[in-house]
Design a protein around this ligand. Structure first.
Ligand code: ADP
Ligand code: MG
Length: 589
């Protein structure tokens, strides 16, 4: 008995579709890539219910003719390659000719497209791989591809979709991966009628800050290198802005987001010795290589690639990042010059490498820099603050040095640490962290006691954010009001501030909020058990005096007294150490 039958196309397409479109985000990726391949300069993505009900991509690219508009839904229909040789010179995002066939197999698609030199466009409606209608239509040049009711005919797949917030975050991730590297194009993302991102064409750094917020502009060093083999252009995080999560690590090759553990390791190796344990640098790095040296002929939803010249690329990338981090040494130069065929332009004559600008040093001991002629007299009970864990044995100095400082005098060292004598030794207090702790306690208390302090501004201040940040800010408004802010929305991305807690300078409001949002985003991933606590911590961090601020004697004394009044004076809300005690024995040395 013969058992084998050939599956109808619609079933075959549905099976194949599972490979290309496993969730809304993968359809988004395919449609965005098609729009870019069509040469679009403005691409608008619209989703409803996290892509379940609608995923639409509108572009101003080349558009399609009447017959292409039908043909594009056939499997293996592509305009991008003709011969197998072309597979080794791929410069487009797509080439397999199966995305639209897959999408048409599992949703209801409406395509409207028009060539730039045609008067009229064409509309094609296709459901479950069957063309329902095709007719001429008036539409702008370019293409609009709308896929509705994803998996309407594959209930099993539909049931596997996660809740909307999860699917939407996958879509946003795809959107970031595409838009970060195609910063020369304009993009928007609208979800359920709300404009989440409106990204204008610009530089890579502008794109990064459009996506992640303004403070990101200051958090990165530029990496740029060009060799015969590899062109590198991107940004690597300054060591002082490391993260506890591997979040923002983006590598791209020829305009495509990739995952490549070896190349990622090359970047991290460049940071060797500069980062505290369990922390990861952020980076956004675009690579350009000859397409014939890559094998991207991999699974469409995967992001792995293979390189012919992996080892050389590793060395070049690591050196380039090291150089960006200000570690340009002879060793770096040697690495660049081996193997010799990489034509790195030699550094110009008389070139002095930039002094490393890395300020992070976990062993930083400001005490060392106290001028040696300063005599500190430590008197028992000079300033016996309670509440510090480090206090143990009281001092007993047999041979006191001459008294040159009055009681409980504070010294500011390098405008970032306050040094003050205690009975247990010399306390070195980080001024920013101390203030952060004080403000955090004040903020949480004022909230609990409803005795919020607030100062009305003489002139209201407007603050604006990216669409995504504005939405988050909007959600935080009730909490911010509890802390003494008077803020009201004014339009979509702008807010007007009419009152603030006493410690905030109005000229620094925008910056304070920008940083607060960044901190808030990362602190919500961390240890705080609720939203208002992490907001408080973020706010306190921003309001706190910064290193570099000169403090008067009274200010220092007030800060120290306020700090020791806090129940947890020794650590910041984020768990960083505020006070270091130098014991008398160590002092005597
Ligand atoms: P591939 O991108 O691999 O070629 P797709 O199934 O994604 O395969 O698309 C099939 C073809 O449809 C493309 O090769 C292209 O010619 C055409 N096409 C798809 N989307 C667009 C678009 N937005 N604008 C113009 N042409 C498009
Ligand atoms: Mg495609």
């Amino acid at each position: 008995m013969d058992l084998i039958n050939i599956l109808p196309d619609s079933v075959a397409n549905q099976i194949a579709a599972g490979e290309v479109v496993d969730r809304p985000a993968s359809a988004v990726k395919e449609l965005l890539e098609n729009a870019m391949d069509a040469g679009a300069t403005q691409i608008d993505l619209v989703v409803k219910d996290a892509g379940r009900t609608l995923i639409q991509v509108i572009d101003n690219g080349c558009g399609m003719s009447d017959s292409d508009a039908r043909l594009c839904f056939e499997r293996h229909a592509t305009s991008k390659i003709h011969r197998s040789d072309d597979l080794f010179a791929i410069r487009t995002m797509g080439f397999r000719g199966e995305a639209l066939a897959s999408i048409a197999a599992i949703s209801q698609v409406e395509l409207r497209t028009r060539l730039h030199d045609s008067e009229l466009g064409t509309q094609v409606i296709i459901e479950g791989s069957q063309i329902v209608s095709q007719q001429p239509t008036a539409c702008p040049p370019g293409t609009s591809m709308a896929m509705k009711n994803l998996f309407y005919n594959v209930p099993a797949r539909r049931n596997f979709l996660k809740k909307d917030s999860v699917e939407l975050s996958h879509i946003e991730e795809v959107f970031r991966r595409v838009t970060l590297i195609h910063y020369d194009l304009g993009f928007t993302l609208t979800s359920n009628g709300k404009l989440l991102y409106d990204l204008k064409a610009g530089s890579m750094l502008q794109r990064i800050s459009q996506l992640y917020g303004n403070p990101y502009k200051e958090r990165f060093y530029n990496v740029e290198e060009e060799t015969d083999l590899l062109k590198i252009k991107g940004f690597v995080g300054k060591p002082e802005h490391v993260r506890k999560t591997r979040g923002e690590q983006y590598l791209f090759v020829n305009g495509r987001f990739i995952k490549h553990p070896a190349l990622s390791a090359a970047v991290e190796r460049a940071y060797e010795g500069m980062l505290p344990d369990h922390s990861y640098p952020s980076y956004f790095i675009g690579l350009q290589v000859d397409p014939s040296r890559i094998d991207i002929n991999i699974h469409p939803t995967k992001t792995e690639v293979k390189f012919v010249d992996e080892h050389a690329m590793f060395a070049i990338l690591r050196s380039a990042v090291k150089k960006a981090l200000g570690q340009f040494t002879l060793a770096t130069e040697l690495e660049f010059n081996t193997p010799p065929e990489f034509n790195i332009p030699p550094a110009p004559k008389g070139y002095t490498p930039p002094t490393p600008r890395i300020s992070y040093n976990p062993d930083y001991n400001p005490f060392r820099s106290i001028p040696s002629q300063t005599h500190l007299h430590l008197e028992k009970d000079t300033n016996d603050f309670k509440g510090i864990k480090d206090i143990d044995d009281p001092i007993d100095i047999k041979d006191p040095v001459p008294l040159s400082l009055p009681k409980s005098t504070c010294l500011q060292v390098q405008n970032r640490h306050i040094v003050t004598p205690l009975s247990s030794g010399l306390a070195i207090i980080d001024q920013q962290r101390a203030h952060e702790r004080i403000l955090f306690d004040q903020l949480t208390q004022s909230r609990n006691n409803a005795v919020t302090q607030s100062q009305t501004l003489l002139f209201p201040v407007n603050c604006s954010f990216s669409a995504a940040d504005a939405e988050m800010f909007n959600e935080l408004l009730p909490d911010l009001r509890d802390y003494g802010f008077a803020i009201d929305p004014m339009g979509q991305c702008t807010f007007v501030v009419t009152a603030t807690p006493p410690d905030i300078k109005e000229s620094e409001l925008q910056e304070c909020f920008d940083h607060m949002l960044v901190d808030y985003k990362s602190s919500t991933l961390q240890k705080f058990n609720n939203r208002s606590q992490s907001l408080c911590a973020a706010l306190a961090r921003q309001m706190a005096v910064k290193p570099g601020k000169v403090l008067s004697q009274e200010e220092m004394q007030q800060l120290v007294a306020d700090l020791f009044a806090c129940p947890q004076a020794d650590t910041t809300p984020g768990g960083k150490k505020i006070i270091t005690i130098v014991k008398p024995e160590e002092l005597l040395k």
